[in-house]
Design a protein. Structure first.
Length: 463
C-alpha cells in the first residue's frame, strides 16, 4: 500500500472517531499510531491539535510534541489546561523543553517554569542560563555514567537501573569521583567484553567532547567528523555536565540551513514559519536589505551619470551596459553561493583562502573568456547582418565588450568568493554576503571596468 493511501486511511479513521465523540476510542486509536502518523494528523487537523495531545499517554504526547513546528507547539500549550501543560513539560527531555521555552516571550517562560517540578525547574533554569545558540542549550543531563573501577557486570546493573530514563544508552560515560570525564564506551564494546573485566581495562582514552559554551553550528561539524550518535558536554575543567544527541544536531543543521538560505536571498532570518510570521514582522525582515540594495543600486546610477558624456558620444556603448553588469552580478552570485555552502558544511575554512583565491582566479578567467568570446561573436554577427548597426568601429566595440566581460566576470568571481571569507574573519555571518548584495556591488564596479576598456579601445575614435 502506498504512503498516500495509508495516510488517507488514517485520516478517514480519525474523522470517523471524532464524529462519534468517543474519547476512549480516540485515546486508544492515537496510542496505537506511530509518532510520525500522529504528527501528520496534527498537521492535517490543526483544529484538533490540543485535543490529540491531551488524549495520548503522556510519554507519547511528549514524543509527538517535540517534533512539531514551534508555532504548533505554542498553539497547543495555549489551548491545553495548566495541569496537562505541566505534565507535558515535565515529561519532555530537558533539551527539548529548553529549545521550546527559548522561543517564547520572557513573561511566558516565567509562567511555564512555575509549572515544572522542582528538579526539572532547576535543570531548565540551568540550561537557559547558557548563551543562546550554545551547546549548553542543547544538552540533556539524562545519561548513564560509570566509574573506571566498575566491572562490566556492574555496568550492566547500572544500565538496567538508569537506562530507561536516559536520553540514549548507546554510549556510556566513564568519570572519576570528582565528575571528570575520562572516556566514553559504546554499548557494543560493553556487550562484547567479559563481565569480570573492569572498565579501566577496555577504555582507550580517545574521547571526543564538546565544551558547554561551544557554538551549536561548530558542534554539528564535530558530530559529522566523528560519526557519533551522542557526544559528552564538559566545562572548562573537563567536568561532565551532560550530553548532546544526534537528533538535536539534525534540528540545528536544519535551522542553520533555513537561516542561511533566507540570508542568501537578501532577507533577515525569519525565525518562524513563513505562514505564521506576522505580516508587519515579515515586512521588517525584508525592508532593511531592500533599502540597502536600493541605495547600492543608486551608486550605479551615479556611476552612469559620471560617464554621461562618454555615453552621449558613443550611444552604442549604452546598449551593452545591462549585458556587462548582469554577467558580473551573476558570476559573483554563483561564487558567493558556492563558497557560503562549502563553508557551512565544513569543506572550506579561513586557512583555505589562498587556495580559494587561486581557483576562483582561474575559474573567473575561463568563465570570462567564454562569455567574452560569445560577446565578441555577437557584435560581429550583428554587424554582418546589419552593416550599419555599429558603424566602422565595430571591431573596437566588439573588443571592448569581449574584454569587459572578462574583467567584470573575473572581478565578480573574486568578490563573490572572498567576501564570505572576509566576513567570517571579521566575526560576521558569511551568509550576509548574499547573492543580491554581491550582485549590487559588482554592478557599480562593472560600469567602471566597462568604461575603462571603452577608453582603452575607443579613445580617439568614438570617445
Amino acid at each position: 500500500m502506498s504512503l498516500e493511501l495509508e495516510q488517507l486511511g488514517l485520516f478517514e479513521s480519525f474523522e470517523a472517531l471524532i464524529s462519534r465523540e468517543d474519547t476512549l476510542e480516540i485515546r486508544e486509536f492515537l496510542n496505537d499510531q506511530n509518532i510520525s502518523d500522529v504528527a501528520s494528523l496534527i498537521n492535517e487537523y490543526p483544529q484538533y491539535e490540543a485535543r490529540i495531545i491531551a488524549n495520548m499517554l503522556i510519554h507519547r504526547a511528549a514524543s509527538v510534541f517535540k517534533i512539531l513546528d514551534i508555532s504548533q507547539q505554542k498553539d497547543i500549550v495555549k489551548a491545553l489546561p495548566s495541569s496537562k501543560t505541566a505534565e507535558l513539560l515535565n515529561e519532555l527531555p530537558a533539551d527539548d523543553r529548553t529549545d521550546f521555552l527559548e522561543e517564547l516571550p520572557k513573561a511566558a517562560i516565567r509562567d511555564l517554569i512555575k509549572l515544572l517540578d522542582p528538579e526539572e525547574r532547576k535543570i531548565t533554569l540551568s540550561l537557559l542560563g547558557y548563551p543562546e545558540d550554545s551547546v549548553g542549550r542543547l544538552m540533556t543531563p539524562d545519561y548513564v555514567y560509570v566509574y573506571a573501577d566498575n566491572t562490566i557486570a556492574e555496568v550492566f546493573d547500572t544500565l538496567r537501573k538508569h537506562g530507561r530514563n536516559s536520553e540514549t544508552i548507546d554510549v556510556v560515560y566513564v568519570i572519576d569521583e570528582s565528575g571528570l570525564l575520562i572516556d566514553d564506551l559504546r554499548i557494543r564494546d560493553i556487550i562484547l567484553a567479559d563481565t569480570h573485566k573492569k572498565v579501566a581495562e577496555i577504555i582507550d582514552g580517545r574521547v571526543v567532547s564538546l565544551n558547554v559554551n561551544d557554538d551549536q553550528e561548530n558542534a554539528s561539524q564535530v558530530f559529522k567528523m566523528n560519526n557519533r550518535v551522542a557526544l559528552p558536554v564538559v566545562d572548562e575543567n573537563n567536568i561532565l555536565l551532560g550530553i548532546v544527541t544526534i537528533d538535536d544536531m539534525l534540528w540545528v543543521a536544519n535551522e542553520e540551513f533555513s537561516e542561511d538560505m533566507q540570508k542568501m536571498g537578501g532577507t533577515e532570518a525569519l525565525d518562524e514559519p513563513y505562514l505564521d510570521i506576522p505580516l508587519f514582522k515579515l515586512f521588517r525582515k525584508r525592508i532593511g536589505w531592500l533599502v540597502i540594495l536600493f541605495l547600492g543600486e543608486m551608486l550605479t546610477a551615479t556611476a552612469m551619470g559620471y560617464f554621461e558624456d562618454e555615453i552621449a558620444k558613443a550611444v552604442v556603448l549604452a546598449l551593452f551596459i545591462p549585458l556587462i553588469i548582469s554577467s558580473g552580478g551573476n558570476s559573483g552570485s554563483q561564487a558567493s553561493t558556492l563558497i557560503i555552502q562549502a563553508m557551512a558544511v565544513g569543506e572550506i575554512t579561513l586557512e583555505d583562502w589562498w587556495r580559494v583565491l587561486r581557483r576562483e582566479l582561474i575559474s573567473g578567467l575561463l568563465l570570462g573568456a567564454v562569455l567574452g568570446i560569445i560577446g565578441f561573436i555577437r557584435v560581429a554577427v550583428w554587424q554582418s547582418i546589419l552593416p550599419n548597426v555599429y558603424g566602422e568601429q565595430w571591431l573596437m566595440i566588439a573588443l571592448t565588450v569581449g574584454f569587459s566581460l572578462i574583467g567584470v566576470i573575473l572581478w565578480g568571481t573574486l568578490s563573490g568568493s572572498m567576501l564570505p571569507l572576509l566576513l567570517k574573519k571579521l566575526g560576521a555571518d558569511p551568509a550576509v554576503s548574499s547573492a543580491p548584495f554581491v550582485a549590487t556591488m559588482v554592478d557599480v564596479t562593472g560600469l567602471i571596468i566597462y568604461f575603462s576598456f571603452a577608453y582603452l579601445f575607443l579613445q580617439g575614435l568614438l570617445l
